[in-house]
Design a protein around this ligand. Structure first.
Ligand code: FPP
Length: 238
């Protein structure tokens, strides 16, 4: 069944939601399971969350899947995560495409294994016509790297210093077409940003929940959106 048509008419719901999906490891450890089981359980949560996002009229969802710092995890865990990304991109994407989801990846493509890169490219191509929900997967992503990469490209384009405005900078980010982040959801209770979308979160509202990512649900996504709708966003004004 396709996701509902976009309808965010009252402007109270967030257009762009970011998710730091944390707590897979702890979820598994509490059950005396290997950490890989936590990551597998984490993948299962994606579908209901995408569905909830579509129903809430969210236009873009950015998921923090693997950071530039995650390479320092034990090699076995990095391999498990890469395998899981490959499997998910291969097995789940066709259905998501049919439901109107458009998938894009943000982050540095270097370092990622060739088979993962291939599956990312195929997922982007296969879903390029999706017009119900844009899902950005942050893979080998770092907020600081994004800023550095944008700066490098501005310099190599020969931009005049006077032309380097906030607006111009935004055009050099990995996904310049996406609106800035309205709502950032972080699971597992940590009160930090962890190098996620440093430029785009300038005015984002934060929703931090103790729920571990594999226990996150459609209902809790809806609670985060409801909480967003009741907040008054002054953006430095009164
Ligand atoms: C954090 O849990 C989660 C990750 C490292 C990201 C991996 C996310 C998934 C597998 C969900 C599915 C995503 C996609 C796009 C397929 P953690 O290991 O840091 O947990 P801990 O802090 O409890 O150890």
């Amino acid at each position: 069944m396709p996701l509902p048509n976009r309808q965010n008419s009252d402007g109270r719901n967030p257009r762009h939601v970011g998710m730091i999906m944390d707590g897979n490891g702890r979820w598994a450890e509490r059950r005396l399971l290997p950490r890989a089981a936590g990551h597998r359980a984490g993948v299962k949560v994606l579908e209901p969350v995408l569905e909830a996002a579509g129903e809430a009229g969210v236009e873009s969802l950015t998921l923090y899947a693997f950071s530039t710092e995650n390479w320092t995890r034990p090699q076995g865990e990095v391999d498990t995560l890469m395998r899981l990304f490959l499997e998910t991109a291969t097995e789940r994407v066709p259905e998501l495409g049919e439901r109107g989801v458009r998938i894009r990846f943000v982050g540095r493509r270097g370092l990622l294994p060739d088979d993962v890169l291939g599956s990312m490219q195929r997922a982007e191509e296969l879903t390029s016509g999706g017009d119900r929900l844009d899902v950005y997967i942050a893979l080998n992503y770092g907020g600081r790297s994004e800023i550095v990469d944008a700066t490098r490209r501005m310099i190599s384009d020969g931009l005049d210093p006077d032309d380097v405005t906030e607006e111009a900078f935004g055009r050099y980010l990995y996904a310049p077409e996406v609106p800035e982040l309205d709502l950032l959801i972080r699971t597992s209770g940590e009160m930090r940003i962890s190098n996620f979308m440093l430029w785009q979160i300038a005015y984002a509202e934060l929703y931090i929940t103790e729920t571990l990512w594999p226990d996150f649900s459609k209902e809790e996504f809806n609670r985060a959106v409801e909480s967003f709708a009741t907040r008054s966003r002054r953006r430095g004004g009164v």
